[in-house]
Design a binder for this molecule. Structure first.
Ligand SMILES: Nc1ncnc2c1ncn2[C@@H]1O[C@H](COP(=O)(O)OP(=O)(O)OP(=O)(O)O)[C@@H](O)[C@H]1O
Ligand SMILES: [Mg+2]
Length: 516
């Protein structure tokens, strides 16, 4: 049977592989208490959380999530045994170890200990032969230790990363894929990586431990979305609180070991810029747009038209596959599939993806809007059941599923094993839109979205909550202050809002209090 630290590491690994998040503080408190055979009353007394919150809210959700992931009924009394079983190699089928990518090779299926985390499906993949060849040579022939795929949002860094990792998998003893989209602190990431790299033999969340395992085994480690821990302005350094990621890259790039860290990022961090070189073990590749291959993408989306007009469309979006997918949907929906008419609307092209998303968004149903907002707030792979818990007033799960499927068809969502999330570019757009709407509601006191969406969730990991503060609450507060500059005006508006909220309270709408 596993030790307590191993049980927590295993629970973190299991939850992360399904939900792209780690255990929150309150979930950790429950698990730690349960490991020590404590009652909910004792856990509440020691942790400071209310008994009701633990027993009726977080606890049942946690057991349900673990049951979903482990494929058996998990409760406070049997979770240790269930996690123990899930860690035994025999229990890890490709499906529940997260390695069931549809285009998996037989070798991949055999490599059950690899952990693909939330890597997306790339069964539909076009072109990139030259990039795949270059990257394979860098990693296998030249033994590069740190390789970065760079490029703008939607250009295909993640898709190329998955394809490359699938092709290289058999050359490595161990493969782990993690997304940094929600900016996990390095320690939380190491809590995942070290036990996985050491087959649960080592649980030290330390860089030194990571290096030790990268030296002793040939591992391929992929960190997707590094830009999430980089400072947006000025470009280059890491965000405050994430400086230790710089040390990670320094160590992996400068120290001799037999592994490779593959990174995808929209921006290049200084620590990589100063170390890379064509003959050095640190290299980066800027991913260009798709060329002629993108034509197959238009065909797959059902678009027809002359070779020339299709080429114009591809050029207009710089071969960006995400932009082209969204554009193709708009052309079908708004222009009857006629690319020429679409191209003659110059504003669409000048404003690029944002304009396209505006058009797409205007066409969504109310429920689809709500789903998009909640997925942006959740910031990670989300199930129908979780959305059911989120949405007020409640909507039947069957309708939620219908809405999600419609959004997938509109190319606004990604789907994987019953979990849904948004492309990063789409998520940013939805966050901006939600903030804009809420600012307008706070200004007019006509509260709608504001009372139906929690911008801060208590059931997510601490760092996801911090992301939510940074992404939603801070811009919201800034905009509010910009609109009501004088203190007296702010006070008066806050009073208006409180009155409006009190009036609405009788309707039991929900969440506004959390961000007041
Ligand atoms: N070579 C390709 N063939 C077919 N589809 C592709 C290809 N590359 C990317 N796509 C599709 O384009 C979309 C965007 O790709 P991807 O998520 O890899 O972009 P990204 O560069 O990682 O974006 P971000 O910076 O936002 O993370 C996805 O839906 C993906 O499936
Ligand atoms: Mg990506």
């Amino acid at each position: 049977m596993m030790e307590s630290a191993q049980i927590l590491a295993a629970a973190n690994a299991v939850i992360f592989s399904q939900d792209s998040r780690y255990l929150s503080d309150v979930e950790t408190a429950i698990l730690q208490g349960a490991i020590a055979d404590k009652t909910y009353e004792q856990i509440a007394a020691e942790s400071g959380y209310s008994i009701n919150y633990l027993k009726r809210d977080v606890g049942p959700k946690l057991w349900r999530l673990l049951s979903d992931v482990l494929g058996e009924k998990v409760s406070k009394s049997n979770f240790r045994q269930a996690l123990n079983r899930s860690q035994s190699p025999a229990a890890q089928s490709p499906a529940d170890s997260g390695s069931n990518l549809p285009s998996a090779s037989p070798a991949q299926v055999m490599r059950q200990s690899n952990d693909w985390g939330e890597a997306p499906d790339v069964s539909f993949f076009l072109g990139r032969a030259a990039e795949l060849e270059t990257l394979t040579q860098w990693i296998l022939r030249d033994g590069c230790r740190l390789v970065t795929l760079l490029g703008i949002g939607g250009i295909g860094k993640t898709a190329l990363g998955v394809k490359l990792a699938q092709q290289l998998e058999s050359g490595f003893e161990k493969l782990i894929w993690r997304s940094l989209r929600n900016a996990p602190p390095l320690e939380a990431l190491l809590m995942q990586l070290v036990p996985l790299l050491s087959d649960q033999q080592d649980t030290r969340p330390e860089l030194e431990a990571l290096l030790q395992h990268l030296r002793s085994r040939k591992c391929l480690l992929i960190l997707d979305n590094l830009e999430a821990v980089l400072q947006p302005d000025p470009l280059g350094p890491f965000r405050p609180g994430y400086e230790d990621y710089e040390q990670l890259l320094q160590l992996v790039g400068d120290t001799a070991h037999q592994s490779c860290l593959l990174i995808t990022s929209r921006e290049k961090p200084v620590v990589i810029a100063t170390r890379e070189g064509t003959e050095l073990p640190v290299r980066s590749l800027v991913i260009p747009g798709l060329q002629a291959e993108a034509d197959a993408l238009l065909t797959a989306k059902g678009l027809s038209g002359s070779v020339d007009i299709r080429r114009q469309l591809i050029e207009a979006y710089g071969g960006n596959p995400l932009a082209l997918k969204i554009a193709a949907t708009s052309i079908q929906d708004l222009f009857d599939g006629n690319i020429s008419v679409f191209l003659s609307q110059e504003t669409t092209l000048f404003n690029g993806v944002r304009q396209l998303l505006d058009q797409q968004f205007e066409r969504l149903s109310t429920l689809e809007h709500t789903l998009m907002y909640w997925l942006a707030v959740n910031r990670a792979w989300t199930t129908v059941a979780e959305l059911y818990d989120d949405i007020v007033p409640p909507v039947p799960q069957s309708r939620i599923l219908e809405g999600l499927e419609a959004l997938c068809r509109r190319n606004l969502l990604e789907k994987q094993r019953g979990h849904y999330t948004q492309q990063p570019v789409v998520m940013e757009y939805v966050c901006d839109r939600l903030i804009e709407q809420m600012v307008s509601e706070l200004t007019t006191s006509e509260l709608d979205l504001f009372i139906r969406h929690a911008l801060l969730k208590t059931t997510v990991a601490e760092y996801v909550r911090e992301s939510q503060v940074r992404i939603f609450l801070e811009p919201l507060a800034q905009e509010f202050r910009r609109t009501f500059t004088a203190i007296a005006a702010i006070e008066q508006q806050v009073l208006h809002l409180l009155t409006a909220l009190r009036r609405l309270e009788s309707h039991k709408s929900g969440y506004g209090g959390e961000i007041c």
